[in-house]
Design a protein around this ligand. Sequence first.
Ligand code: G4P
Length: 531
Amino acid sequence: MGFKDEIKRRRTFGIISHPDAGKTTLTEKLLLFGGAIQEAGAVKSNKIKKGATSDFMEIERQRGISVATSVLAFIYKDKKINILDTPGHKDFAEDTFRTLTAVDSVIVVIDVAKGVEEQTEKLVKVCRMRKIPIIVFINKLDREGKDAFDLLDEVEQKLGLKVTPLSFPIGMGYDFKGIYNIWEKNINLFEGDSRKNIEETIAFSDIESKELDTIVGEKAANRLREELELVYEIYPDFDREAYLKGDLQPVFFGSALNNFGVRELLDCFIEIAPTPRPKDSDTRLVNPDEDVFSGFVFKIHANMDPKHRDRIAFVKIVSGTFEKNKPYLHVRQGKKMKFSSPNAFFAEKKEIVDISYAGDIVGLHDTGNFKIGDTLTEGEGMNFKGIPSFSPEHFRYINNADPLKSKQLEKGIDQLMDEGVAQLFTLEMNGRKVIGTVGALQYEVIQYRLEHEYGAKCTYENFPAYKACWVKPKDSKNEEFAEFKRVKQKFLGHDKYGQLVFLADSEFSIQMTQQKYPSVELFFTSDFRIT
Ligand code: G4P
């Protein structure tokens, strides 16, 4: 198979959801279809158990699992499917945001009873901003839940999507009879048995046929007919172009736990989901089927063994092929590097491979050369765009608690920031360091890892900030900018790239600043830096 055909058969995506909606269960069922695992229960949940925020064993366990499940790959109907893991826990949301820069599409899982939840809203917002194609899977149909139409409304309202159902439930919960597959025009009857033969679907192109009454009962059959009529009336026909542009989102219903509606989802997914997509760089748009290799680092994971400080950098291949022992340019450092043991990922294991293709993820052993967002090429001096830092939501001063270990502390902080565990801001006024995180849990992770991996100790002190706003003056020499810097002196710092940041203490303060200094632009992600 030529390398262009290899690329065309790749589907790289992420599953996102609010915790407990069924992401792990769905992932596992998808892997079962690919024959990548043999039994249910093989995919370990990477959830942090409730109430375990102070349990360091739990944090370590989570880190271990997230290396193992960072990329789960399998072959299904000759397509190479790469599922990128996205942590559901909100304290690790930044990790998920970054992973979304490496996916070509996503599946959003929603719990039929709970509807659209907070974490789903946040993640879908990022997908919408990036025009990532989205398929919605409404899960747990074996339980009582919201009415299908109400739920579709909620998805449109809360997530700002334009949906079109490609399947529709026949009843729900106790009365759940099965699913009418609008896409394939067939019916899948629910038997509540996860070992059910997956081929057992009944083709049904004419739902007016009396046979439907015999199969699901007259009442359910009539209701389905009425509901489908409404579906065809209210929702637009599926249009692949609109889906690929992020303008239309197909919806499937099912029950991951019962392996119900999953095969239908997967079969449709491999047909409609995008092959590896082109990606923008600071100089040009890069197409996957270009002959030369390019890729970028979207995730860095520290080795679990504290004695060896090497890490794994996860690289999404944007174009061409990545080959073992071939020299590639690390653009930011301007140096050529070779990799003798690039890892590729299959289901739950990783293996050293000679060649990987655009769309794939390779794991490279790293001794501290990479930062998140770094670009690798065959020599071209370009940088991929769009791996932003989002404003943290918690801010604390970090203090050295062991003066003899200040070097270790500095190195530790530096490396943990490169990994993207948190963001560091250095205050302009006095050089003090402030750590910003998405969740409070990160402070414990940092303290624990500094001590165990770097032998350094730290303490924290509250820093009264509410949001980090990246600052870009329209004119850095004008009086307004000089006054802004004078007045806000105490709240100004620099991020790790030296970019000026305003650490605002309230929404009010942000609004006042915007009114008073209109020529000083404030940004809530660092995206503008690279766009
Ligand atoms: P997550 O990764 O999105 O956080 O969710 P996960 O798959 O772990 O699922 C959360 C809970 O929901 C699990 O139950 C799981 O068994 C259940 N679940 C998933 N899909 C379905 C479904 O289609 N129907 C029903 N009824 N339940 C479903 P748990 O009790 O929290 O965990 P476990 O002890 O079963 O592992």
